[in-house]
Design a protein around this ligand. Structure first.
Ligand code: ADP
Ligand code: MG
Length: 380
């Protein structure tokens, strides 16, 4: 066990790291953050922030030597870095989980080889092979760069064959990537996610399934409990546990799912870290996903994942700041609303600036009230 008072190193300095630190501090841990560009949202609440490139071996070594264990809040970290750090201190999750989850092709191959339900896909590594891949998948489909995509970045949805006529242009538009995945567009009846925590001994616990609403490919709201059958919730939890085991995750893994009309769940993607759709746990559950992650990597017992009350999480993107500082009055006056801001400075469009959780009694009424609060923020 890594006892409270020990120092945890975090790779990545965004809001997920910030919330990990804030919850881990309650347990008495100390934190060092490694992030190329500072000052960062996590560094502001850390004991130490190191700003250096992932290619800076000296800085990485000093970072590893200053901490007891290392975890991450950002999956696009080169495997070489994880292996190098792993030779000095335990890194959780390990390089295999990371290597698979950070690349859409490896992720899809892993799902397929594991016999897990995933979206029909093809790969391409040039404009010509893109044409063939798109034709094989059909329309509508979505092209995604294999690496470094997030919040819908590096994605193009194609609705009809005309839109795929000029694959040279599309390839250029994607930035001449080394590789893309072309996926069938799923006409799902809803999007869901399950966050599973796993410890080194293989023990696992899953948070209640979230029902997620995306706008322009970015998460807008999470609704918990998800308005689906118990069987669907159980299936989602089982899929998340199976993936956690197969990837030998220590820490959290979030699994994003599509629900099809016939009731089956398909895996969209996975993230081996705290997840935006798990933010509802901060106020909705006895234990937050962040605390559970800390407990998993330090080998403390798990905390309860019980849901206090129906909870809706709404993301606050930079767009909410378009007309200046949002009008917080209505939200802050609601005794059941909890505002979380990440202190990220300028509110650029699409940038995740914060979120709020609203607790209620009836989930539909809570969703309506949360959307009304969201609308009121720009009403100033
Ligand atoms: P990101 O890494 O940006 O989260 P995702 O692959 O999860 O990438 O895509 C973001 C969102 O775009 C999804 O949550 C979903 O709303 C939509 N989307 C992506 N791929 C598909 C698909 N094959 N079918 C239907 N919707 C999709
Ligand atoms: Mg996603």
């Amino acid at each position: 066990m890594i006892a409270p008072g020990s120092t945890i190193g975090i790779l990545g300095g965004g809001q997920l790291g910030r919330m990990l630190i804030l919850s881990g501090r309650n347990l008495g841990y100390r934190f060092h953050v490694f992030e190329p560009k500072g000052p960062c949202a996590a560094g502001m609440v850390a004991d130490k922030e190191i700003n250096a490139d992932y290619a800076d071996e000296g800085a990485l070594k000093a970072f590893a030597e200053g901490v007891d264990i290392i975890t991450l809040e950002f999956e696009n970290i080169p495997s070489k870095v994880i292996d190098m750090l792993g030779a000095i201190k335990p890194v959780m999750p390990g390089s295999r989980a990371l290597h698979i989850c950070q690349h859409r092709q490896r992720e899809k191959d892993f799902l397929k080889e594991s016999g897990l339900p995933c979206v029909p896909f093809e790969y391409a590594d040039s404009a010509d092979s893109l044409k063939a891949a798109v034709e094989s998948i059909g329309f509508p489909c979505v092209i995604k760069t294999a690496a470094f995509g997030y919040d819908g970045k590096g994605q193009i949805k194609l609705n009809a064959a005309e839109e795929a006529a000029d694959c040279d242009y599309l390839w250029d538009f994607l930035g001449n990537p080394p590789r893309v995945v072309v996926e069938k567009w799923i006409h799902h009846v809803g999007e869901f996610s399950v966050v599973c925590a796993r410890k080194a001994d293989g023990s696992k616990i899953t948070f209640p399934m979230a029902e997620n609403v995306h706008v322009h490919h970015i998460l807008h709201a999470s609704i918990v409990p998800a308005r689906v059958t118990e069987v669907t919730q159980k299936t989602g939890a089982e899929l998340a546990c199976e993936i956690a085991d197969r990837l030998d995750v220590v820490g959290l893994i979030a699994v994003e799912l599509f629900l099809e009309e016939d009731g089956s769940l398909i895996i969209n993607e996975m993230a081996p870290r705290p997840h935006n759709s798990g933010h509802y746990t901060m106020d909705g559950c006895v234990t937050s996903q962040f605390e559970q992650h800390i407990r998993a990597v330090t080998d403390l017992p798990f905390g309860s994942v019980e849901l206090h009350r129906p909870t809706v999480m709404i993301n606050l993107l930079g767009d909410v700041w378009a007309e200046g500082e949002p009008d917080w009055e209505g939200l802050l006056s609601d005794p059941n609303a909890k505002l979380h801001l990440y202190d990220k400075g300028e509110g650029r469009p699409g940038r995740k600036m914060g979120h709020f959780n609203l607790l209620g009694d009836d989930i539909d009424a809570t969703l309506k009230a949360a959307e009304a609060h969201f609308e009121s923020l720009r009403g100033a």
